[in-house]
Design a protein around this ligand. Structure first.
Ligand code: M6R
Length: 589
């Protein structure tokens, strides 16, 4: 992952780099660094930890520089491994993974070259230096040919202090131009401002930023046309608005986000081409990662239940390497908040190459996913800052449930009332405050279990992921009926078990499992919409959810689980917005 930013122009580079890196911290935040030319000398400042550690470097003079915020892949998070990396006169920042780095490094070592970090990135600086024969851009191109894997690069050269050469393969990179200045960044928000034109770099392309001009090249240094990016500066200024953390603020937006995503696919002409294809779909595939994968599972449940169309959901990193079968008339939904998740992009591309109609379900209009898709369903959830996905999950569900409702209507099938969800979510948010009182019982737990059946199982999976991600407590989401086949052995006295029960037909079945874990000492926390279950002797504490259609209940039932993770994270002294080891956008394999 990692975030890259670069500037060359009339302004001082350091403040632009630091402000840009702050906006890219969602891509990684274990160390950061900048390099700035002051006309004579290249100043490099690197720190372990967050971008704010670089603040003293804001005072650096110089109009050309590059910066980086890191999510470690090769080499521990440390000052030594922080970017930029320099070899001889070349200094660079890199996002991605160089898969043949160990081989290339050995070659360099055998020539007597010395390395100062454990990163795969440093070897790129060596290669560029070794390939240099008088043309800076050509050296970057030549070196890139030897790299396997993914990269987005911004490179400085000591002999050309006013030039930045950029390159990308399978990792996103955009460049920007304003009067008197040029930019490069991993993502639009880092450089978006009034008067800045932004262009995406195509896969395998290069750009040279120099003297107010951007030149775009293909891999053989032939000029190519720029790809302008449409964006709005207004959408990217998220503020806490009185909340302590973005995660809690983003949860509070869920009812409004559900309303925004109540799309009537029957009457909305914007989606007519997509709807036409969907009506003829014989098979649906969904590819996604993490929380988006859980949204896919919930959506598939609704597609099968109310539309009776077979639907298969795959973790994108598995799908891409299993030579998947894509039957005729398949619609594939690639679900991704960021639209930049490397595994989801690769899986989506494979599905499309194998003949599927590819529909992107994403929150970012100008993402890589939107560019490769046949149809784009935007979740309009507003920017999500917290690493733990909350409102984007509910938004994905609402949109996909809308698609399912459309398809069911077209097939003459009964459709549960989707319009109830925003109101029910508002009610769920209110009762979610009650779970704050549960946290004391989870603090010293060795592990936590989330149980459910049917749609509740997917809610349990998402609740468990949220808990792991921001509390660092081991946790499992489990199908309630499967517990007795082995996992029950893990239940001890006072093990917290959260049971999700919203499906009438399956309620007593889940309660059987609740009874089984209770009998072995577990402490039961119930999230249910059935008042009568709360009084059962097994139940230690419970919240009562507002009623909503069972097929769509994860969009509501997940809210107390998100709240539980949030409050427990606070109780454990963690930063829920920036959990350790993680990043918001996972642009590497
Ligand atoms: O941007 P994407 O939706 O493609 O991201 C997928 C996962 O990385 C993401 O959902 C991750 O699991 C979240 N941090 C979970 O809260």
């Amino acid at each position: 992952m990692c975030g890259i930013v670069g500037y060359v122009g009339e302004k001082r580079a350091a403040p632009i780099l630091l402000d840009g890196l702050q906006k890219l911290e969602y891509r990684g935040y274990d160390s950061a660094g900048i390099a700035v030319f002051d006309g004579k000398i290249l100043h490099i400042v690197k720190k372990k930890g967050r971008v704010k550690e670089l603040e003293p470097a804001r005072a650096l003079r110089g109009n050309c520089g590059i910066g980086h915020t890191r999510w470690a892949t090769h080499g521990a998070p440390s000052e030594k491994n922080a970017h930029p990396h320099t070899y001889r006169k070349f200094t660079l920042v890199h996002n991605g993974i160089i898969e043949n780095a160990h081989i290339l490094r050995e070659e360099c070592l055998s020539r007597g070259e010395i390395f100062s970090s454990e990163t795969d990135s440093e070897v790129i600086a060596h290669l560029i230096s070794d390939c240099y024969e008088g043309n800076f851009a050509a050296a970057v191109c030549e070196a890139s040919k030897r790299l396997q894997g993914s990269f987005a690069l911004a490179v400085l050269f000591g002999d050309c202090p006013g030039t930045i050469v950029c390159a990308r393969r399978h990792s996103p990179l955009v460049v920007g131009r304003e009067k008197g200045g040029l930019f490069v960044a991993s993502d639009v928000p880092a450089i978006a401002a009034e008067g800045v034109e932004i262009f995406s770099l195509g896969d395998g392309e290069f750009a040279a930023l120099h003297a107010g001009e951007i030149q775009f090249f293909d891999e053989d240094l032939r000029p190519v046309l720029p790809h302008p990016v449409e964006y709005s500066c207004k959408e990217d200024a998220p503020a806490l608005g009185g909340y302590r953390h973005f995660m809690r603020k983003e949860m509070s937006e869920i009812p409004a986000v559900l309303r925004k995503n109540s799309v009537d696919f029957l009457s909305n002409s914007q989606f007519s081409a997509f709807c036409e294809v969907l009506c003829h779909a014989e098979y649906i595939q969904i590819v996604a990662c993490g929380t988006a994968y859980h949204a896919g599972l919930c959506a598939a449940y609704a597609f099968e239940k109310i539309c009776r169309v077979p639907c298969e959901v795959s973790i994108a990193s598995e799908y891409r390497y299993r030579d998947p079968i894509v039957p005729q008339n398949t619609v594939c939904f690639a679900v991704s908040q960021s639209g930049e998740t490397a595994d989801t992009l690769a899986a989506a591309q494979i599905a499309r190459e194998k003949g599927a109609f590819l529909a992107a379900v994403t929150n970012v209009a100008y993402s890589s996913l939107t560019r490769i898709s046949d149809a784009v369903l935007l979740t309009n959830a507003g920017r999500e800052v917290a690493v733990a996905a909350t409102k984007s999950f509910n938004a994905q569900l609402m949109l996909l449930y809308g698609v399912a409702a459309f398809l069911a209507t077209k097939k003459g099938r009964e459709v549960p009332p989707l319009a109830e969800l925003p109101q029910a979510a508002a009610g769920a948010l209110e009762v979610s405050e009650e779970v704050r009182g549960w946290t004391a019982h989870f603090l010293s737990a060795k592990s936590v279990f989330f149980l459910g059946r049917g749609a509740d199982y997917f809610t349990a999976l998402e609740g468990s992921l949220k808990l792991k991600e921001i509390t660092y407590l081991p946790s499992e989401g489990y199908p309630a009926g499967e517990l007795k086949h082995g996992t029950l052995a893990l239940i001890e006295k006072n093990t917290p078990v959260v049971a999700v029960v919203t499906q009438r037909e399956l309620a007593e079945k889940t309660m059987n499992a609740v009874h089984e874990v209770y009998a072995r000492g577990a402490k039961i926390f119930l999230v249910t919409r059935f008042e009568e279950l709360r009084a059962r002797k097994e139940v230690f504490a419970s919240v009562l959810l507002p009623a909503c259609p069972e097929e769509f209940s994860p969009a509501v039932a997940v809210i107390p689980l998100q709240a539980l993770a949030y409050y427990l994270s606070l109780a454990r002294g963690n930063d829920p917005d920036k959990p350790r080891n993680l990043a918001k956008s996972v642009t590497v394999e």
